[in-house]
Design a protein around this ligand. Structure first.
Ligand SMILES: Nc1ncnc2c1ncn2[C@@H]1O[C@H](COP(=O)(O)OP(=O)(O)OP(=O)(O)O)[C@@H](O)[C@H]1O
Length: 379
């Protein structure tokens, strides 16, 4: 009987990814020993933390991979836990050799587009827009991350159905929570208790933002969306300081009062040297059973914001779309299954998908856009 070698088994193991970190377990230093007996192969794995919730997935994947190169052997997977030293080595490897924390998206040459979703007033639908825009980008094959930096609302995890999940921590590195094919971290996940009220001043908020940007293992992202708290407060200033390359999308309703406050949010972004890439109007109208459109919050707000910002900032700030009031959108947010997933043909979903395509440079024929010159999503 031709026997299998340890190299062949390790080669097979190199095809198994850690389910959370999504990198080969061999690269992560998780394969401790491989022992090949007459009839049995024993693979000893080192987990990052004892009681890792993904033990069963790892055992299944390892058994399948080794079974393919050694079909006549049985496979046994033993589990141990990494030492502090081994965890630190893994963390350094994940940071690309950097031992110091740094914000990967602020490095020259970063290919990740960062979008800050801002609003003047609260409750205009900024978080709903963030999750649906993010999924719309993921729908096009982009690797997407979301940071919920809204200290007052932090509603993103619930909107994505992961409100009860906590991120895994490896040393001082935090693994983002997977949701709808994306990676998510929320300021709410950094609190000791879910129901704790966040009453932080500027420096604490700054630390929380830096933690979410640099201590979270984001891996390779095409787009990172940040849900900011409403208004022009400390978080917006911190973001401007740490990520001046972020592009800002302003969300507003058609209401004139909301529009004026939204203009201030856009102007502030520009003062922090961030580019305002568009305005999205939410709650624009309600389609009545007769087909007639009722403008519940009036009309013209976002057009006004786009025109004022274009004039003030000296470049074109487009209106990216007008999203109607829709019950399905609200239900999607409440249930954790966003409307763009459950009802991709709903009017709101189509408008959000078009806005996402416009932002990530996927709509053909837009004036001034580079087409086909760079990899998708990295224009
Ligand atoms: N177009 C819409 N149609 C129906 N309901 C909507 C729409 N947009 C938002 N909502 C609902 O309005 C409420 C507020 O929306 P959301 O939480 O997204 O706003 P926000 O601007 O992020 O609020 P906050 O200021 O608290 O962060 C939610 O219940 C959401 O489901």
């Amino acid at each position: 009987m031709a026997s299998v070698t340890e190299d062949q088994v390790r080669e097979a193991l190199a095809r198994v990814n850690d389910p959370e970190i999504k990198r080969p377990i061999t690269e992560l230093g998780m394969v401790d020993t491989v022992t090949i007996g007459e009839t049995e192969i024993v693979v000893r794995l080192l987990l990052t933390v004892a009681g890792c919730p993904l033990k069963d997935t790892l055992t299944r994947d390892v058994t399948n991979a080794v079974g393919q190169v050694a079909p006549t052997h049985t496979v046994r997977v033993d589990m141990g836990v990494m030492t502090d030293e081994q965890r630190k080595d893994m963390q350094t490897m994940l940071r690309g050799g950097q031992t110091e924390r740094e914000i990967p998206f602020a490095q020259p040459g970063s290919l990740t587009k960062v979008y800050a979703i801002a609003s003047g007033k609260g409750g205009v639908g900024k978080s709903s827009v963030t999750v649906n825009l993010a999924i719309a980008m993921a729908n096009r094959g982009l690797k997407v991350g979301i940071i919920d930096a809204d200290i007052y609302g932090h509603s993103i995890p619930d909107m994505l159905g992961v409100g009860d999940l906590r991120p895994t921590q490896v040393e001082d590195m935090i693994m983002p929570v997977p949701a709808h094919g994306m990676k998510v971290i929320s300021i709410g996940m950094l609190k000791p208790r879910k129901d704790q009220v966040v009453a932080w001043r500027g420096p604490m908020l700054d630390r929380a933002l830096v933690q979410m940007l640099s201590d979270v293992y984001w891996g390779d992202l095409d787009a990172l969306l940040l849900d900011l708290p409403p208004g022009t407060g400390d978080m917006a200033i911190s973001l401007g300081q740490h990520l001046p390359n972020a592009e800002v999308v302003v969300v507003t309703t058609p209401q004139q009062a909301a529009a004026q406050i939204a203009e201030r949010a856009g102007t502030m972004a520009s003062m922090l040297h961030q580019r305002v890439v568009g305005v999205l109007e939410n709650m624009s109208y309600l389609t009545l059973p007769s087909g007639e459109r009722m403008e519940v919050f009036g009309s013209g707000g976002a057009e006004q914001v786009a025109a004022t910002l274009s004039e003030r900032l000296g470049y074109d700030v487009p209106l990216l779309g007008q999203i109607p009031l829709e019950e399905q959108l609200r239900i999607g947010g409440d249930s954790g299954d966003p409307v763009i997933v459950t009802h991709p043909d709903a009017e709101s979903s189509r408008i959000l998908q078009a806005a996402a395509d416009q932002l990530s440079g996927r709509t053909r024929g837009l004036a001034g856009m580079q087409l086909g010159l760079a990899p998708a999503g990295r224009l």
